[in-house]
Design a protein around this ligand. Structure first.
Ligand code: AMP
Length: 425
């Protein structure tokens, strides 16, 4: 199905062509006609499926009709997003898709000067993208008139709930006109998301792309069972391979992200980092360096990286294994976006094997276990003789072996020890 079947304005079609999109992605094909008809909508789609354009294109279509009818005055659409990075990214998308239309967009989010944002609003805005906290601050100062509003989008609704924005969203929605079109996008359909939809949506249509919670099909996934103290060395070995061009490394905590970044800097790897203790300028700069290819690696924590769209990420490395299967799906969704192939690699130390088991159960898939040359001692013990009862995971022995070898530097060009097949089991 080509984009032309939607009946979008010529100005929007020109922008789509310029973006190089040949045909709509499945979520776009399913959602765009419903939104153009004015229905409320719940869309459950994996990250990287083109969901931003799925709501932005029909939104621009509706706004351009109002503009032609002389009814484009005031804030017509509000988009709530969990993080500032995502808000800025959505705004950039709207600017790109709406570049031939006289539609003004602004973003309101923490981390930058509030007065500058108020100034931008005074110039007149038709689409407002906001994070819930900062928007509520401005509403408290009565700086916003939502009377003209016709459309509300809750993007990454599941994430906003995870981040504790439920009360803020409720307070914001209470200030909006009741007669409006509401769209909700979420990677997962949890009970909480369903109850949010019941509260704020009116007879919504439902679009569900792909199986629930399943990682994007375009991502090749594998696992290295590696003890914590060897993670840095393994990461460096991987990064030295030429195909690891644009690598997103996930850490569980901010201080972990700092430690990984410092280690990589010492190892002369070009690295940028993204976490919530960094200033807005620092975050945008880190993203830009990574996007431009000035940094080979971006080290990030979950909250900040969720929803961020960076083209051509070659590999996602879960340096710390995610506690929550949903976070795993989101993390690996940063690569293999929109039909490109990507690789997701997870480091799993002994203490996280239960998380791996849980994830595999949840996504209904066993992830490939891999070995790296020079890390051959990570291989499972040799197969037991018939009748032997093999230990399920002989971690104590394997960890002892690894610790014994750890003092020596790791070489990329071959095993330092006899191959595992020749070792006693
Ligand atoms: P999103 O899921 O909105 O973050 O989009 C993921 C990526 O898909 C972005 O880089 C978009 O530019 C890209 N994209 C969106 N729609 C299409 C399309 N119809 N064809 C090709 N790429 C697309």
């Amino acid at each position: 199905m080509p984009f032309s079947t939607f009946g979008l304005e010529a100005e929007i079609m020109r922008a789509i062509e310029k973006a190089g999109y040949v045909r709509p992605t499945p979520v776009q094909a399913a959602a765009i006609p419903k939104v153009m008809q004015g229905h409320d909508l719940i869309a459950i789609a994996q990250t990287g499926t083109g969901k931003t354009a799925a709501f932005v294109l029909p939104m621009l279509q509706r706004l351009s009709v109002w503009q032609r009818q002389g009814q484009l005055r005031g804030i017509k659409a509000l988009i709530l997003a969990p993080t500032r990075e995502l808000a800025v990214q959505i705004m950039d998308n709207i600017r790109a898709y709406g570049q031939h239309l006289p539609i003004r967009v602004a973003a309101i989010h923490g981390g930058v000067d509030e007065d500058a944002q108020i100034k931008a609003l005074r110039k007149g805005v038709h689409i407002l993208v906001a994070t819930p906290g900062r928007l509520l601050d401005l509403l408290g100062r009565q700086k916003l008139d939502f009377q003209p509003l016709e459309m509300l989008v809750l993007d990454e609704a599941d994430r906003m709930l995870d981040m504790g924005f439920l009360a803020d969203i409720g307070a914001i929605v209470a200030t909006l006109p009741r007669r409006r079109q509401t769209l909700m996008f979420s990677a997962t359909l949890s009970k909480e998301v369903e109850s949010l939809a019941r509260r704020f949506l009116h007879q919504p249509k439902m679009v569900q792309i792909g199986k629930r919670s399943n990682p994007a099909d375009t991502v090749v996934q594998c696992v290295y069972e590696v003890p914590t103290h060897l993670k840095n060395a393994l990461l460096l070995e991987l990064l030295r391979q030429p195909k690891f061009k644009k690598v997103l490394v996930f850490a569980r905590m901010k201080d972990g992200a700092d430690r990984i970044t410092n280690f990589l800097k010492l190892a002369q790897v070009k690295v940028a980092k993204l976490h919530s203790s960094r200033s807005q300028d620092q975050r945008l700069q880190a993203l830009q360096e990574f996007k431009d290819g000035k940094a080979q690696v971006l080290v990030a924590t979950d909250i900040v990286a969720r929803g961020i769209d960076i083209d051509g990420v070659s590999h996602v490395v879960n340096y710390d294994f995610p506690v929550n299967p949903e976070d795993y799906v989101h993390r690996i969704g940063r690569t293999g976006r929109a039909e490109a192939q990507g690789d997701a690699i997870s480091f799993v130390p002994k203490q996280d094997l239960n998380l791996l088991d849980r994830l595999e159960l949840c996504i209904g898939q066993r992830l490939e276990r891999k070995r790296l040359r020079g890390f051959d001692y990570l291989a499972p013990p040799a197969a037991p003789a018939p009748g032997d009862k093999p230990p399920r995971r002989d971690w104590r022995k394997r960890t002892r072996d690894m610790e014994a070898q750890q003092a020596a530097p790791i070489r990329a060009n071959g095993p330092r020890r006899p191959s595992p097949g020749r070792r006693p089991g």
